[in-house]
Design a protein around this ligand. Structure first.
Ligand code: UD1
Ligand code: CA
Length: 456
C-alpha cells in the first residue's frame, strides 16, 4: 500500500546527500527515549523521514544526533543502511548542526537536503520537488514554506518578485515582517557545490546567539546566487515537540493511510475508527468494519472482511477470509482463502488452510490447521508448559468437538473426529474418533430419591 514511487529517477545523474537533524533535546516529550524515536503509525519519526528522503533519491544520508547516538544510528540503519552518524556535541543552532556533517558534505554531492527528524510528515514528492527546483534554476537555496494559521514562533519568508530574499526568525523580525504569514518549514535544499561555503559563512549575531540555517538565504543573495521558496500545506510540515503534537501528527498520517487504502480499493465503513500501520496492505474489495486495529506487518488479500473490534498484527489474511467480530490475530498467523475466524478467537503462529473454520472462543497457537477442518467452540491448543512451546498439527477435513484441549506436541490426522470436551494427549490417526473424557454414568431415579431425602 505504501511503496513509494522511485522519485529519484526524475533527476537522473544528480547525486544527493540528505542531512537529517536529530540533535534536539526533546525535553517536552517528557520521555526516557529520544524524541525522534517516538512512533507514528508503527514507525519512528526518524524512519519516516529517512524513508522519504531515500524515496526522493538521496544516495547518502547523514544523521546528526546529540543525545542517544547509538539508538539513533541503529534505528537509522534499519531503513537507510547507508546512513552515517554525525555528532553535534553542543546544540548551537540548525546551521551548526548541518555542519556536524561537514566531512560528508565535503565529499561532494549535487544536491543537499537538510531536513528535520521531528518533522515527519513531509512526503517524498515534496523533497523531490525541492531537488527539481534547485536543479531547474541553478539555484543555490530552495526553502520550504507554508501559510501558517498562526505564524507565531516561525521564521518568515521574505519574498520579492518570486525570489526568496531572506528568512527572518520570529524573535529577530521587525513588526512589519512579523505580519507575514508565509513561514519557513525549516527544511532546505542547497546546491552541493556551494553548501559548505554558505554554511560556514553563517554567524551567530542574533537574539539567540545561534547559527541559523536560515541565514544561508541572505548570504547566497549577497553572493549573487539565487534562492527560491516552495510552498506546501501546513499539515505536511507540522513539527512534533510534545505528545499532543505527536497525536496530531498521528491523526494526519492515519487520515493519509486510510485515504490511500480506500483509493486502492478497500472499503472502510467508518474510516476514522480504523487504525492502520505504515505497512498495512489491504487489497481491493477488502471490507473493514468499524473499530479495527492493524498493528505492524499485516496484509489482507482481496475480498476479505475484517469485522468490528478485531486486532491484527504480523498476520496474513487470505482472499475472501472473514475475521471477527472480536478476533485477535497475533504475529505468525497465516490464513488461507475462505477461512472463517469468529468471535473471541485468538491465533498466534498458526497456519490455517483454505476453508477451515474457527468460529467461537478458541486459542490456537503454534499450530497448523488443515483445509476445511472445523474447530469447535472453546477449543484450546495447550502449547506451553511453562518452559517450552509445542506444536499442534491437524490434518485436512478434521472435526474437533467443542471444548477440547489439545495438549501439544500432538498430531490429529486428516478426517479424524475429536469428541467434545476431550483432553487429547496422544496423536490421533486419520479418520479415527478420539475421546479423551470420562465415560458418562447414569443412575436412574437418583435425583428424585435425593430430593425426597432432603425435602422433609
Ligand atoms: C526552525 C527555523 C525556523 C522555522 C522552524 C520550523 C532555523 C534557524 N529556524 O526554527 O525558521 O520556522 O524551524 O519549525 O533554522 N536542531 C539540531 N541542533 C541544533 C538546533 C536544532 O539538531 O543545534 C534540530 C532540532 O532537533 C529540530 C530542528 O533542528 O529537529 C529545528 O530546530 P528548532 O530549534 O526546533 O528550530 P526552530 O527554532 O523551531
Ligand atoms: Ca521547532
Amino acid at each position: 500500500m505504501l511503496a513509494a514511487p522511485p522519485l529519484g529517477s526524475g533527476r537522473a545523474g544528480r547525486t544527493c546527500l540528505a542531512i537529517v537533524l536529530a540533535a534536539g533535546e526533546g525535553t517536552r516529550m517528557r520521555s526516557a527515549r529520544s524524541k525522534v524515536l517516538h512512533k507514528l503509525a508503527g514507525r519512528t519519526m526518524l524512519a519516516h523521514v529517512l524513508t522519504a528522503v531515500v524515496a526522493a533519491g538521496a544516495d547518502a544520508v547523514a544523521v546528526v544526533a546529540g543525545g542517544d547516538p547509538e539508538a539513533i544510528a541503529a534505528e537509522a540503519k534499519t531503513v537507510a543502511p547507508q546512513a552515517e552518524l554525525a555528532i553535534q556535541a553542543e546544540r548551537l543552532g540548525t546551521a551548526h548542526a548541518a555542519l556536524a556533517a561537514r566531512h560528508v558534505i565535503a565529499r561532494g554531492y549535487d544536491d543537499i537536503l537538510i531536513v528535520f527528524a521531528d518533522t515527519p510528515l513531509v512526503r517524498p514528492q515534496t523533497f523531490a520537488e525541492m531537488r527539481k527546483a534547485l536543479a531547474a534554476g541553478r539555484r543555490a537555496v530552495v526553502a520550504l514554506g507554508f501559510e501558517a494559521r498562526d505564524p507565531t514562533g516561525y521564521g518568515r519568508l521574505i519574498v520579492a518578485d518570486g525570489a526568496l530574499i531572506a528568512i527572518r526568525e520570529d524573535r529577530d523580525a521587525s513588526d512589519e515582517e512579523r505580519k507575514l504569514r508565509i513561514c519557513n518549514a525549516g527544511l532546505m535544499a542547497l546546491d552541493g557545490a556551494k553548501a559548505l561555503a554558505l554554511l560556514e559563512a553563517v554567524g551567530c549575531a542574533n537574539s539567540k546567539g545561534e547559527y541559523y540555517l536560515t541565514d544561508v538565504v541572505a548570504i547566497a543573495r549577497s553572493r549573487g546566487l539565487e534562492a527560491r521558496a516552495l510552498a506546501v500545506d501546513e499539515s505536511e510540515v507540522r513539527g512534533v515537540n510534545d505528545r499532543v503534537q505527536l497525536a496530531a501528527a498521528e491523526a494526519i498520517l492515519q487520515r493519509r493511510l486510510r485515504e490511500k487504502a480506500m483509493l486502492n480499493g478497500a472499503s472502510l465503513i467508518d474510516p476514522e475508527s480504523v487504525t492502520l500501520s505504515f505497512d498495512t496492505i489491504l487489497e481491493r474489495d477488502v471490507v473493514v468494519e468499524p473499530h479495527v486495529v492493524f498493528g505492524l506487518g499485516v496484509s489482507v488479500a482481496e475480498g476479505a472482511v475484517i469485522r468490528s473490534f478485531s486486532h491484527l498484527e504480523g498476520a496474513v489474511v487470505g482472499p475472501k477470509t472473514t475475521i471477527g467480530p472480536f478476533a485477535r490475530l497475533r504475529p505468525g498467523t497465516d490464513l488461507g482463502p475462505n477461512v472463517h475466524i469468529g468471535n473471541f478467537v485468538e491465533l498466534k503462529a498458526a497456519k490455517v488452510e483454505a476453508g477451515a473454520k474457527i468460529n467461537h472462543l478458541s486459542y490456537i497457537g503454534d499450530a497448523v490447521i488443515g483445509a476445511k477442518t472445523n474447530i469447535g467452540a472453546g477449543t484450546i491448543t495447550c502449547n506451553y508448559d511453562g518452559f517450552g512451546k509445542f506444536r499442534t498439527e491437524i490434518g485436512e477435513g478434521a472435526f474437533i468437538g467443542s471444548n477440547s484441549a489439545l495438549v501439544a506436541p500432538v498430531k490429529i490426522g486428516a478426517g479424524a473426529y475429536v469428541g467434545s470436551g476431550s483432553v487429547i494427549t496422544a496423536d490421533v490417526a486419520p479418520d479415527a474418533l478420539a475421546l479423551g473424557r470420562a465415560v458418562q454414568v447414569e443412575k436412574v431415579g437418583w435425583a428424585k430419591a435425593f430430593r425426597s431425602r432432603n425435602q422433609k
